[in-house]
Design a protein around this ligand. Sequence first.
Ligand SMILES: [Zn+2]
Length: 194
Amino acid sequence: MRILRGLVIHRFCPHAPRVSLKLIGHSRDKALMHLALTETVEGFGRMSEASVLEGVRLHVIWAFRDPELQRQQFEEAKQKHGPRNGIKWLAPPGFSEHQTGWVLDIGDWDDPEADDNPLFERTKAFKWLKENADKFHFELSFPPGNWQGVSYEPWHWRFVGTPEARRAFHPTGMHALRVWGRSLVEALRWWMHP
Ligand SMILES: [Zn+2]
């Protein structure tokens, strides 16, 4: 398992059916709608209500991302960071946590400059999330030094408040073997054809 973990960067993730997705927010300019699974929408709703009481306004920057958009953005990341490094910034299509409907990139409404970048650490939203997100069943996917070797993303949170979501992100038993198998195939493919 250790060798596997050394190779695998992005794990295979389930893909949320489009029909189950609900509106969770809009981009700052209102041009884009963001969608997520009902339980994520409800969990985020409860969390935002609690944060507002403490003067923190959470904002959804990205939620569900379909594999086609993921493919375009992955190509852009490869261009920007180099073929072998792009993968540390963005998952290849089919391997993004964003396709699950349980994952949100969260920003601070009052600090747009920190959207989707490491400056997010300085925001009130991040400090609040670090203290409180677990009470609402959200966890950071890629903390510093995460075993997957994905760049630290303080803005990228996943909902683990249902048995299905927990199983997807913390697989055990036979399910873990399947997930690892698919992920390993992807990792090998990437090593051979970056
Ligand atoms: Zn993200």
